[in-house]
Design a protein around this ligand. Structure first.
Ligand code: PEP
Ligand code: MG
Length: 585
């Protein structure tokens, strides 16, 4: 990390998660506890900082007086008295002087110093024998929270109320956070935690906005309202960017626009290599609202419809009718094209959001198909809705997190029951609807022949497959460097799945994030994937690349990298292949 106080520009380095450059105002979003930023001040900023502190004390005094009046009116003078003690703490000259002294001496921001000083006071009082003095700790705690809230300018915020051109800064964003997000006003987002395949990253890609993750402490270093530049290509975030920096980045953005126009120019052409080998390039969507973009980018259908978004947005289980409307809208938006609807994949990073389902966000727990096979009412309602919507288009059903044959069989058994019910009730649906399974758990990857006997298609979820194969949590920024799609074990496993799928004559697609990464696209093509499904915003570049690739060259590339043992060298070789093939920079 480099800092340049003269220009007051601060550069943070994280993981480049979604491409693009954005320049806007920070909106710091914290889930629970108050996070106190620790910032280095320039000498010239100290007077302003003290001024901020004075204003926060006045604001807090007005708030305490207000509360005092309300309590006096409702509960009487006796109860209201406690707020007099709060005012005494707030205006304690010794405490205030200590904070001001610390700001001047340490040149740290005032909330950081105030937090330090009040913590010292609290630990001093709590060590006292005297009960009365001990109780002062609670008063200090209350007052300090109020002052800190006023200083940090932070209320429990709602992501549905973003200002225009906001860059959301958060520890992490869960799907339940983003379910209500005002997507039109979101320019970019950056997070402390996270790896390249977290839900929030996937969302950024589907919106085509930049994201940088794994910054560790961005929420401590940035305040709401700070001017921020986000470089989603190189994983850089600049706080208070200089004119020079902005100029430099405006060039990066215009170069990128030029490239994107070139990529988009081939969108009406078929998804095929130079030598005529076809591969479907499909869209990953979260709901009907993503279909406009999928159609615009000429996707050959939907390879993965993640239905969790609908559930999280509803803060509970949506009714059959609500689900039917959503699935039917997607089917109608893609006439004559396949749409793979994945049944509920709740759990892992897709936590609760008001659903009665509660568990630590473990990736290996009671989630996805495991949850659905126990909560059969929820599962059946969803299957009914998908089946009914299959009368409106070419829908397919896909089960997530299949770890063995019994789960696939049980899911299919329930599906058969639901079909019977619909027939009896006289509902129309596609009797021939295809049913597939995700291959995202290593145990499923090694029994492709068995799964293929009872499924119509398979789709490799590399996001999960890689995390389970390498035992590396896909969201944990501390182990993000171990999350390696080009690890020889991953390549061998992909080869095995695709070879076994071909032997069983079952189509196998790829819908994890690497399917939309131009560095991996030719490799996956060479390995024999029948389809690649990705966020629509990534599709033009991948299609451009595929149309420049020769299938023979892609197969030779596979042979070459499967002989290699060093992940970094494999990535370098794949990157070199991409560059040679695309031929533009
Ligand atoms: C995957 O695991 O690769 C996948 C596509 O599913 P998700 O990212 O929703 O877990
Ligand atoms: Mg998955």
């Amino acid at each position: 990390m480099t800092e340049n106080n003269a220009r007051k520009e601060i550069v943070l380095e994280g993981i480049a998660a979604s491409a693009g450059v954005a320049h806007g105002k920070a909106f710091v979003y914290l889930h629970n506890e108050l996070e106190v930023p620790c910032l280095d001040l320039h000498e010239s900023e100290i007077d302003g900082e003290i001024e901020r502190f004075n204003r926060a004390i006045l604001e807090t005094r007005a708030q305490i007086n207000d509360v005092r009046k309300k309590i006096e009116g409702s509960l009487g003078e006796g109860e209201a008295h406690i707020f007099d003690a709060h005012l005494l703490v707030l205006e304690d000259i010794a405490l205030i002087d200590e904070v001001l002294g610390e700001v001047r001496q340490s040149k740290k921001n005032v909330e950081y110093c105030y937090d330090n000083v009040t913590r010292r006071y609290m630990s001093f009082f709590s060590s006292m024998e005297d009960e009365y003095l001990k109780e002062r700790v609670t008063d200090i705690k209350d007052v300090s929270r109020r002052v800190l809230h006023n200083l940090i300018g932070l209320k429990k915020v709602d992501l549905g109320e973003l200002d225009e051109n906001s860059v959301v800064v958060s520890q992490d964003l869960t799907p339940s956070d983003t379910a209500d997000l005002d997507r039109d006003k979101l320019l970019a987002f950056i997070t402390d935690a996270g790896g390249k395949t977290g839900h929030s990253v996937i969302m950024a890609r589907s919106l085509g906005i930049p994201a940088v993750v794994g910054l560790h402490d961005a929420t401590h270093r940035i305040r709401s309202g700070d001017e921020i530049l986000v470089d989603g290509y190189d994983g850089i975030v600049v706080i208070n960017p200089s004119e020079n920096r902005l100029f430099q980045y405006s060039k990066v953005a215009s170069d990128r626009h030029r490239l994107e126009a070139i990529y988009r120019s081939i969108l009406p052409e078929p998804s095929a290599t130079v030598d005529g080998h076809e591969i479907s390039l499909m869209a990953n969507i979260d709901g009907a609202r993503d279909m406009e973009m999928a159609v615009k980018t000429g996707a050959d259908g939907v390879g993965l419809f993640r239905t969790e978004g609908l559930f999280l947005h509803h803060h509970g289980y949506p009714s059959e009718e609500v689900q039917y409307q959503e699935y039917a809208a997607v089917a109608k938006a893609a006439p004559n094209q396949p749409v793979i609807v994945r049944t509920l994949d709740i759990g892992g990073d897709k936590t609760t959001g008001g659903l009665e389902y509660q568990e630590d966000d473990s990736f290996m727990g009671f989630r996805a198909i495991r949850f659905c096979l126990v909560n059969t009412d929820v599962f059946k309602t969803q299957l009914r809705a998908i089946l009914r919507a299959s009368a409106e288009g070419l829908l397919k059903i896909m089960y997530p997190m299949i770890s063995g044959l019994p789960e696939l069989r049980e899911a299919n058994r329930i599906l058969a029951v639901v079909k019977d019910e619909l027939r009896t009730e006289g509902h129309a649906f596609d009797e021939e609807i295809e049913v597939g399974a995700m291959v995202e758990i290593p145990s499923a990857a090694v029994i492709v022949d068995l799964l293929a006997a009872e499924a119509d298609f398979l789709s490799i979820g590399t996001n999960d497959l890689i995390q389970y194969l390498i035992a590396v949590d896909r969201l944990n920024d501390r182990v993000a460097d171990l999350y390696q799609p080009a690890h020889p074990a991953v390549l061998r496993m992909l080869q095995r799945i695709l070879d076994d799928g071909r032997a069983a004559k079952i189509p196998v697609g790829i819908c994890g994030e690497i399917a939309g990464d131009p560095v991996y696209a030719s490799l996956l093509l060479g390995l024999g994937a029948d389809s690649l499904s990705m966020s629509s915003s990534l599709l033009p570049e991948v299609k451009y690349l595929i149309r420049k690739t020769k299938i023979t060259a892609a197969r030779a590339l596979v042979e070459e990298v499967l002989e290699m043992s060093d992940t970094a060298l494999i990535v370098a070789r794949l990157e070199a292949f991409r560059k040679e093939t695309v031929g533009i920079e």
